[in-house]
Design a protein around this ligand. Sequence first.
Ligand SMILES: [Zn+2]
Length: 200
Amino acid sequence: MALEVATEQHRAKNREYSRKYSAKTRAQINDKARACRAKNPEKVREYNREYDAKNRDRINGQERARRAKNSEQINERAREYHAANREQINERKREYDAANSSAKCEKTRNRVHNLAPGQYDDMLAAQSGLCAICGKPETALSSSGGVRALAVDHCHDTGVRGGLLCHRCNAGIGLLNDDPALFRAAIDYLESVRPRLRIA
Ligand SMILES: [Zn+2]
């Protein structure tokens, strides 16, 4: 009995000693590591980049799980932040869009339509900057408030490109399924039925 008590006291003493020891050495180790990081910021960035690249899937998975678990709280905080900073956020977005929209659009357009840099401008110059159907310049506005670029007409199945069209004409031919037979029927209708409507 006495021996057990003594052993337990001894263990408790040991635990206390290692707790103090590791707290002290941990502080020393942390100080050293902090000093080392401060001295080599480039090395730290490089290490972090490599670490992130190696562990991307795991980190993304953890982040997704964290977001899923706390989605209510995260959404609530985002809503509060947006409400408190609405003006500033909108202003920043306007500035960003104005500065980046044309470059961003060009990049997206080139990627989507498999255009080489400058190819769109060549097509535009060949059409004198005008729509291939109505022969007018584009007037429709983009979401950032500037005039839209003429759309690259293309086949959705083959990706083969046609001319550049204004928003109205592009939408118009799409509404009739890009189908010449439907367009001929529409012309017949406009020329034969519509005039009778006007007279009546
Ligand atoms: Zn047009």
